[in-house]
Design a protein around this ligand. Structure first.
Ligand code: ADP
Length: 491
């Protein structure tokens, strides 16, 4: 059997074809395409039909490349955004992007109906304006509630794309778990919260587990695929859950960092721990593969570095490759400057080199002068922040997280991986770089019975992808500077 994974990110989509060869997963990326948010008439949207066109295009390529007419497909993407379907099953709205500002405009009104804390305690999801519940409540507040009332169902993006292919409607569990509408205790829709926010209680279809059968291709609706037999498996639709399914270890009590534009730092736990402290620190407990909860905290991630690189390119009109950043950072002095990557001043794009230099000046550290000094400071500070978050989590958990696994594209940043080992004083492992897609394929294989357990899948990932180990070095220096870093966070 050939397995095809579709992974949609905010800036690009990728499709990977995979096949099990003994205990080795052989993979090939067969399709890539750009994705973007589009601002129109004051609303921010995704071009969902273009995304679907690319999904179909990738299926065609996969069939052509593999010569196989029987394919299994899994779809994952960023979470929270949804399309609305009328009773005939037709799409009735443009799919809003989670950054659309209707949520910000109505924040006060929404939280006065259901408090942030209640939403957190009932659902285990982090407090964030992009959550589906806030998006829908904002539509109600802004007079768009009629759309929600008239539609038969709302479908989250991966479920919507699967529906276009199969005609079947469902909500996959990991996606549902981060809408802030799912009762974490019963794993069903939280009708009380929905009602109080004016959202129809049956707006989403039934929640199905990750790995469940999600239907077969509807050939009448997709006549161009008349000769293909396509089976859809409901993989972990939430891309981070999918990446964590691909953890290349069978050990328990390990930490992971899903590293890209954002860094999602976390560990797997059996049950949410919802308390004053976790609420205050906005630590979420999101649904994961096999109902293992992902205890997570969002850290600003490589965003600040990406923006510094863009800024450098604008100023010098020279290309700033990953290799150039690494070379310049290596030239700079160790642990001379530190920033809090989550400081609000770094949230918006633009002018990032100046923002970082100003931050250092303002906090009494002097002013970094070169690009290399700033790039180094950003990476060292991210590593420090990882340690800070891990220590907070360990305090809540009551045990140490012995190893760190960096999943996703950010794992290719070797300097940051070494700094993470040094700052945290733990072994760090990087890979797979396409963790979302690797997890997508593993969950399909388990769904179709080609592998029996998640443990077996993770062992296959470990044996099939290059996993690099980083051993902590120079830990005393990092230890010395860590108290200074913590003081910065209190400023
Ligand atoms: P996202 O979808 O969140 O942007 P990805 O998993 O695609 O995340 O990771 C992309 C990020 O990984 C890039 O923005 C960059 O910071 C980092 N990255 C990718 N390749 C490399 C590389 N060769 N060296 C250093 N960093 C890299």
């Amino acid at each position: 059997m050939k397995y095809l994974g579709f992974d949609l990110g905010a800036s690009s989509g990728k499709m990977m074809l995979g096949e099990l060869d003994g205990q080795i997963l052989r993979t090939k990326v067969v399709h890539r395409f750009p994705n973007r948010q589009i601002l129109a008439a004051g609303g921010l949207y995704w071009d969902i039909l273009n995304i679907y066109w690319n999904l179909k295009n990738g299926i065609e390529k996969a069939v052509y490349e593999s010569g196989e007419k029987e394919i299994s497909l899994g779809v994952d993407s960023f979470c929270n955004d949804f399309g609305l379907l009328d009773k005939e099953g037709r799409l009735v709205n443009q799919v809003y992007c989670y950054r659309d500002e209707r949520t910000k405009r109505k924040e006060k009104e929404i939280y006065s109906k259901v408090s942030k804390k209640e939403l957190y305690m009932e659902t285990g999801s982090q407090s964030a304006l992009f959550n589906t519940v806030i998006q829908m409540a904002a539509m109600v507040e802004e007079g768009e509630g009629y759309l929600l009332d008239r539609c038969r169902h709302a479908l989250l993006i991966p479920d919507l794309l699967a529906y276009f292919l199969t005609g079947e409607m469902h909500t996959e569990y990991t996606l549902a778990s981060v809408t802030q509408m799912l009762d974490w205790k019963t794993r069903s829709w939280h009708k009380g919260i929905m009602k109080r926010l004016g959202i129809r209680e049956d707006i989403f279809p039934e929640v199905i587990p990750s790995g469940a059968d999600a239907g077969v291709l509807d050939k009448e609706k997709n006549p161009e695929f008349a000769n293909i037999s396509l089976h859809v498996v409901s993989v972990c639709g939430h891309d981070t859950a999918s990446a964590v399914a691909a953890l290349p270890t069978v050990k328990e009590h390990v930490a992971y960092i899903s590293s890209g534009t954002w860094s999602i730092v976390g560990t797997e736990v059996e049950r949410p721990i919802l308390a004053e402290e976790t609420f205050r620190y906005n630590i979420a407990f999101e649904g994961g593969v096999d109902y293992r909860y992902r205890m997570i905290k969002n850290v600003m991630g490589l965003w600040v570095l990406q923006e510094c690189e863009r800024d450098y390119e604008r100023q010098t009109r020279r290309e700033c490759s990953f290799a150039y950043t690494a070379q310049e950072a290596k030239k700079a002095a160790m642990l001379k400057f530190l920033i809090d990557p989550d400081d609000v001043c770094f949230y918006m794009p633009g002018n990032m080199l100046e923002k970082a230099a100003k931050y250092c000046e303002k906090t009494g550290q002097g002013r970094p002068e070169t690009f290399g000094e700033i790039a180094r400071a950003v990476m060292e500070s991210l590593a420090m922040k990882y340690r800070y978050v891990l220590e907070k989590m360990e305090k809540i958990l009551g045990y140490r997280l012995e190893e760190i696994y960096i999943l996703g594209g950010g794992g290719q940043n070797r300097i940051l991986s070494q700094f993470t080992a040094d700052a945290c004083g733990r072994l760090v492992y990087t890979g797979p770089y396409e963790a979302g897609l690797a997890g997508n394929l593993i969950v399909q294989m388990r769904g179709l019975g080609e592998i029996a357990t998640l443990k077996e899948g993770r062992q296959i990932i470990r044996d099939s992808f290059d996993i690099t180990e980083f051993v902590p070095e120079k830990c005393e220096l990092w230890e010395e500077k860590y108290s200074q870093f913590k003081r910065l966070l209190d400023m």
